[in-house]
Design a protein around this ligand. Sequence first.
Ligand code: SF4
Ligand code: SF4
Length: 120
Amino acid sequence: MRDCNACGKCCIKYGSGQLAASPEDLEIWSSFRPDIDAYVNDGKIWFDPQSKALLDRCPWLKVDPLSPSRYLCEVYADRPEDCRAYPMTLTDMLNDECEMLEPSDLNNLKQAEIDLKKIS
Ligand code: SF4
Ligand code: SF4
């Protein structure tokens, strides 16, 4: 299994209303990261600070200027719990076409499951 190559697929897929932050995340953002907290609405993420509409894309996902096919997370150190936990399961990785998966993983899913447990 490869390291994450920042393809952005998971962020693009889940960044619109399918991510959750933990109570601790919300507390930290409320106290120390008002810029992130501005995108929270009633404990849920990510909402437009002005209109309060659910965003169709995570506001912190940016194209890497040094490599336009790669992405950066602008709040990486303070990203929400769901983002820190990804990838949790091989099923998610397969469904999301996560680029951490290599041909050898696809040929031996049992071993891939074991490898994922080691890194998560
Ligand atoms: S907060 Fe960061 S890791 Fe999470 S979806 Fe947005 S860009 Fe991706
Ligand atoms: S889909 Fe996989 S390889 Fe791509 S950014 Fe997410 S974790 Fe990294």
